[in-house]
Design a protein around this ligand. Structure first.
Ligand code: TTP
Ligand code: MG
Length: 373
């Protein structure tokens, strides 16, 4: 491999600003996810080759969504026609895709991650990035804790990659599957990243791969040895620069973090200050319904309901009531809001009412078939 000097480093290693800033990005990807969930549902499948896809009937059209590691030994992989899979591995158990079951398990696993840090980017049904820069523990400890907690919560294994950016962390998580942990440091760029085929880099699909092959570039190291001008000329300014940086393990993309809402609320100001109890009660019922509809769409249940009343002199009072169990029942939320209303002395006209649902929990974090209590 040619020696490549990366500007500003003099050592041929990774020294982008992102690396120097020392972010710690963790990528996690569940192992043979759909198949693993099925094995959990049907323990009799353990040890057998399992293929998930379409309607689960290999004599009909459809593609493989995933195969467990036993089936992969026969050459079965995602995206392959089911019929081909059946020729390669006729003895496998073929199952239909049960997306709601996988989504429910996915939510549970994401909840475990959110306990570790709220700095999570949710990138797919079985993967996520976490920014663990500010956690006190070292990389191994964080990874071991996550693996243990996930196994405890859903009984499944995952693979984890840790590096200074998303690009490298994702490559790392794929390097030792299943149940792997791979940490890529700056020093590993040369030894671990560069020997890999270019296709391993995020953003290099079959077309780019083919064009790179035409240029005689097969490995990431060979890409890193290619001049920027050549890449820009061939792939355009933006993609050319991307390839140039990516081959050096440089990636400054921030995590796109979804912040969990702390509460869901609605309020309304009356056209004219109101004292009619029935109008007020009707408004509270309407606001409760709107909140429920928001909660259901976003997949939450709530444990606490708060009622806010602002009087015509702008004096504002709130009353909260917590339930024993989180709910998304219209009736329970409405009744709870009314019980809050009964604790407020309505001695003046009312200017505004508001209802808030808080202490939110994920509605679908239950497994299918699990009873909601
Ligand atoms: P992957 O993480 O790519 O695959 P995997 O979890 O089955 O196996 P591993 O990570 O151990 O290599 O995808 C996650 C799930 O997404 C997978 O279980 C099924 C689904 N999927 C498809 O439906 N079609 C596809 O082409 C791919 C790649 C995945
Ligand atoms: Mg996976």
């Amino acid at each position: 491999m040619k020696d490549i000097e990366i500007p500003g480093t003099g050592n041929g290693g990774l020294t982008s600003e992102s690396a120097c800033r020392g972010r710690r990005i963790l990528h996690i990807d569940m192992d043979a996810f759909f198949a693993a969930v099925e094995e959990k549902k049907h323990p009799g499948l353990r040890g057998k080759p399992v293929v998930i896809g379409g309607a689960g009937d290999p004599s009909r059209r459809g593609v493989v969504s995933t195969a467990n590691y036993e089936a992969r030994k026969f050459g079965v992989h995602s995206g392959m026609p089911l019929r081909t899979a059946c020729k390669l591995c006729p003895q496998a158990v073929y199952l239909p895709v049960d997306y709601p079951a996988y989504a429910a398990v996915s939510r549970r696993f994401k909840n475990v991650l959110l306990y570790v840090t709220s700095a999570m980017e949710d990138v797919g049904i079985d993967e996520a990035f976490l920014d663990i820069t500010d956690l006190p523990e070292d990389d191994q400890t964080v990874a071991a804790r996550i693996k243990k907690d996930i196994y405890k919560a859903i009984g499944l294994t995952c693979s984890i990659g840790i590096a200074s950016n998303k690009l490298l962390a994702k490559i790392a998580s794929d390097m030792q599957k299943p149940d792997g942990l791979t940490i890529i440091t700056e020093r590993d760029i040369r030894d671990k990243l560069w020997p890999m085929p270019v296709r391993k880099l995020y953003g290099i699909g079959p077309k780019t791969e083919e064009q790179l092959h035409v240029l005689g570039i097969k490995t990431i190291g060979e890409l890193a040895a290619t001049q920027l001008e050549v890449l820009v000329q061939r792939f355009g300014f933006s993609h050319g620069h991307y390839l140039y940086d990516a081959a050096r393990g440089i990636d400054e993309t921030p995590l796109v973090i979804h912040r969990e809402p702390k509460s869901i609320s609605r309020e309304t100001t009356f056209q004219r200050d109101e004292k009619n109890w029935q109008v007020i009660a009707g408004t509270i019922a309407r606001l409760s319904r709107q909140i429920i509809s928001d909660m259901v769409v976003k997949g939450y249940t709530a444990r606490t309901v708060t009622l806010k009343i602002r009087f015509d002199d702008f004096h504002t009072v709130t009353r909260a009531c917590s339930l024993e169990k989180a709910t998304d029942s219209d009736e329970i939320i409405r009744k709870t809001a009314f019980s809050c209303l009964r604790r407020i002395e309505l001695k003046r006209r009312i200017r505004l009412v508001g209802v808030r649902a808080s202490n939110l929990e994920h509605a679908e974090s239950r497994l299918p078939g699990e009873v909601r209590t």
